[in-house]
Ligand binder design. Structure first.
Ligand SMILES: [Zn+2]
Length: 373
């Protein structure tokens, strides 16, 4: 039992100042005030859901900082630096580097990630070899060619396409149809660069976002150069967007329009994209996203900060099938506890304070099904 806690409860992360009781691996009671018996005093520390990183490429951890001095297409485009390094390094080095990244994700409060896994079925096998519980790695495979697609679909949790131009239109339609029939996830990078957005409109008359929606994508990644009209459509079709603000900035492709997603009511979450570009640390992603939002609009306030925190924690549990739900009585006791010390003292707004200032060194414990990991 924990007392004197600030509990961020439910899908809306409503604040309850009081106590939380765990029994049999689930949250038995959440209440305001003081508990009836002995409890661990959190001294106004926070109990909040763990992070979900909705877009990673963890296996490229072996190529850290190889983006220096290069444009995005030369780093992650076809035959870019990323693929050169993945081909040239021994498997044991790749495995060790990605393993260290997954450990870092756990240490920084992330318990699930959606990984775009290149390299066909072998690539999916590699991620499965590296990842272990309690991390939930969702592998979205990339077939090296259309012939390999059925095997990739069979082994992976879904398909993660680098772009809509990676396959012929007929093949794309087939990939989308079969993925949907298999009840697996289909995701695609869209409008990451200005030229990707413009090229798509030029050739088909549709934007990349519109094409991705037509293909029944489960979610789209980036939308950095998507228009307001694209966001209105995403909202209408209930297709979530994964924003990757730090990776976009570090690859000099722009800043995602988080303010437009908020304005249009589009569902969104956050990802950290290529591990070769930045660490998959969701505390850092959140504070950077907050700075991006505030640079677009000075009116961004507590509710917007709450929306960002939701996007990094509970939002994906409402779009996808994950082993835990938002913190509530009767749900699994899966959450993290942040100590209120130093950087988190004297914050006047819980949401903006956490989004802007919380760090991994505030983590006091992470609980999965009522047990400390
Ligand atoms: Zn990506």
């Amino acid at each position: 039992m924990f007392s004197n806690a600030v509990i961020l409860e439910g899908e809306e992360l409503e604040v309850t100042r009081g106590y939380l009781v765990i029994s049999g691996g689930v949250v038995k009671k959440i209440s305001e005030g003081s508990p009836p018996g002995k409890a661990t005093n959190l001294k106004h520390g926070f109990i909040l859901p763990p992070f979900i990183n909705a877009h990673t490429h963890v296996v490229d951890s072996v190529g850290k900082e190889l983006y220096l001095g290069k444009r995005q297409s030369k780093v992650v485009g076809p035959s870019g630096e990323k693929f050169k390094v993945l081909i040239s390094r021994p498997i044991r080095e790749i495995v060790a580097a990605a393993g260290a990244t997954l450990q870092d994700m756990l240490h920084t409060g992330t318990l699930a990630h959606y990984d775009f896994r290149e390299g066909g079925t072998a690539g999916i096998g590699l991620l499965k070899q590296i990842s272990s519980t309690p991390m939930k790695s969702i592998a979205l495979g990339r077939p090296t060619n259309f012939k390999e697609f059925p095997k990739v679909l069979e082994t992976a949790d879904g398909v993660g396409l680098p772009s809509l131009g990676a396959f012929d239109p007929d093949e794309l339609i087939e990939i989308a149809r079969q993925t949907r029939r298999a009840k697996k996830l289909l995701a695609v990078h869209v409008a990451e660069t200005k030229s990707a957005q413009e090229t798509s409109v030029k050739y088909s008359g549709w934007s990349e976002v519109q094409l991705a929606i037509e293909l029944n994508s489960s979610f789209v990644v980036h939308a950095t150069h998507a228009t307001k009209q694209d966001f209105v459509l995403l909202k209408k079709k209930r297709v979530p967007v994964v924003f990757c603000p730090r990776a976009n900035n570090l690859l000099s492709v722009g800043t995602p329009p988080i303010h437009i997603a908020l304005l249009t009511g589009t569902r969104f979450c956050f990802g950290t994209d290529n591990a070769m570009v930045c660490q998959p640390n969701m505390f850092e992603e959140l504070s950077f996203a907050w700075a991006c939002l505030r640079s677009s609009t000075h009116s961004a306030g507590s509710n917007d900060a709450r929306a960002l925190l939701k996007a990094a924690t509970v939002a994906p549990t409402t779009f996808f099938d994950l082993p835990w739900k938002p913190i509530a009585e009767g749900e699994k006791a899966t959450f993290m506890i942040l100590a209120r010390r130093d950087n988190l003292l004297n914050i006047s707004d819980v949401y903006a304070g956490l989004v802007n200032r919380a760090r991994a060194d505030n983590i006091r414990a992470i609980y999965v099904n009522g047990k400390v990991i």
